[in-house]
Write a protein that binds this ligand. Structure first.
Ligand SMILES: NC(=O)c1ccc[n+]([C@@H]2O[C@H](COP(=O)([O-])OP(=O)(O)OC[C@H]3O[C@@H](n4cnc5c(N)ncnc54)[C@H](OP(=O)(O)O)[C@@H]3O)[C@@H](O)[C@H]2O)c1
Length: 373
């Protein structure tokens, strides 16, 4: 049965399950984030859970464990269709059946052929299954993994800092710092949630960034610590051997054009050329093969323009400072737009204040997907 009218009580519990799912951000790759709430037969919350890290227990199992015998005859709210396959853990569909749930409410169906089928198995066993409740919200919390599962490439968030007049550096090339310490701390939190941090060689040469998440986020729940992979897009191998991005704080890959070698052999990722740059789709495919589900693209403007032009940008995070420069590099370089009708149209997802700055999160409108070829 499809969910049409949102039952208020159901929506409250699914919203909580979505909140729980978000607690797994940055830990679960290459798995999704999932949250689950279990009610007993009289409608009281008996268990809650989320998937804490890849290889850890699934959300349903955590919630069922907490609920124990109280789950019998009850309802489970799950943000993603319960899996029906045995991976590092057993199928959640079976765990829900064994617990004796009468009803399972699912927000988003599982798009992967390997894990899908949980809803069908539950229905076949006589459990009332409903899908689609708060689907848009549940899609958003799991945007990275759903992009990875549906398109076979990582989800890309492009982040930039700019002045109110859209400049990302001053006329002399200086850009440190456009935004406040509070905004920069937020960037570090977003880096820590990502599997890979990507920057162009122009940024490495101009700013010598470390591209690490500081302070390094360590899990406190016994899960394996995770440090985001750093990736420099550097067609001709211009990254200086002493660049900070090559230090020991995190692993680094330098993506170069096939045939290019640099003095530093380790960590080179040769890729086919695409016009004046590299084949960015091939880059994302290579990263997906390394279990990178989410990419945090830190620019600069030239590389960001190339990602947008190729339809490979899924989210934009802009930190806008209340400052004006009037001259200097624009936040975004050439992005394949010659006329206003071809503008990359976005929708605002979130607008908030961070210290004195604005944080704006936007997503391409659906038609943008047609650019992806
Ligand atoms: N405010 C911000 O948020 C922010 C963020 C980052 C950077 N910045 C500023 O931006 C400036 C640097 O920007 P930038 O545009 O010069 O550098 P960039 O985008 O970091 O790197 C440009 C280089 O990337 C390579 N590249 C370009 N398109 C490519 C493609 N399609 N595939 C593969 N590689 C490609 C090219 O290398 P080759 O020329 O070697 O082929 C190009 O020179 C600095 O002033 C920095 O401070 C600001």
């Amino acid at each position: 049965m499809e969910h049409t009218a949102h039952d208020g009580v159901d929506a409250v519990h699914m919203a909580r399950a979505i909140e729980l799912a978000a607690l797994g951000h940055g830990r679960t790759s290459p798995n999704p984030v999932v949250g689950c709430v279990v009610l007993d037969a009289s409608g009281h919350v008996a268990g809650e859970g989320f998937h804490p890290y890849a290889g850890g227990p699934h959300a349903e199992v955590v919630a069922l464990r907490e609920a124990g015998g109280r789950a019998r005859g009850g309802t489970a709210y799950v943000t993603l269709e319960p899996c029906d396959h045995t991976g590092r853990t057993g199928p959640c569909s079976r765990a829900l059946l064994e617990a004796g749930l009468a009803r399972v409410v699912v927000a988003v169906p599982d798009p992967t052929p390997r894990a899908a089928g949980g809803a069908a198995r539950l229905r076949a066993a006589g459990v009332a299954v409903e899908t689609g409740l708060l689907a848009a919200e549940a899609e958003r919390v799991n945007a990275e993994w759903l992009t990875f599962a549906r398109l076979g490439r990582p989800h890309v968030t492009w982040k930039f800092a700019a002045t109110l007049d859209g400049r990302s550096a001053a006329a002399d090339g200086t850009s440190q710092w456009i935004t406040s310490p509070e905004a920069r701390a937020d960037v570090h939190r977003m880096r820590a949630r990502s599997d890979a941090i990507v920057a162009g060689v122009g940024t490495v040469l101009a700013d010598d960034p470390r591209l690490t998440a500081r302070p390094t986020v360590r899990a406190d729940d016994g899960s394996p610590g995770r440090i985001p992979l750093r990736v420099v897009v550097d067609p001709s191998g211009r990254t200086p051997p002493g660049a900070r991005v090559l230090d020991d704080e995190a692993p680094t890959l330098v993506a170069v054009a096939e045939g290019v070698t640099t003095p530093r052999g380790a960590g080179l990722l040769p890729l086919p050329r695409h016009g004046a740059g590299l084949d960015l789709r091939a880059l994302l495919k290579e990263l997906a093969a390394r279990d990178v589900v989410s990419v945090f693209l830190e620019g600069g403007p030239t590389l960001a323009g190339a990602f947008l032009a190729q339809g490979l940008t899924d989210r934009v995070v802009a930190y806008v400072a209340p400052a004006l420069l009037g001259a200097g590099a624009p936040a975004l370089g050439e992005a394949g737009v010659a006329t206003i009708a071809r503008a990359h149209r976005m929708s605002f997802d979130e607008i908030s204040r961070i210290g004195p700055d604005l944080k704006i999160v936007a997503r391409p409108q659906l038609a943008e997907n047609s650019r992806e070829k």
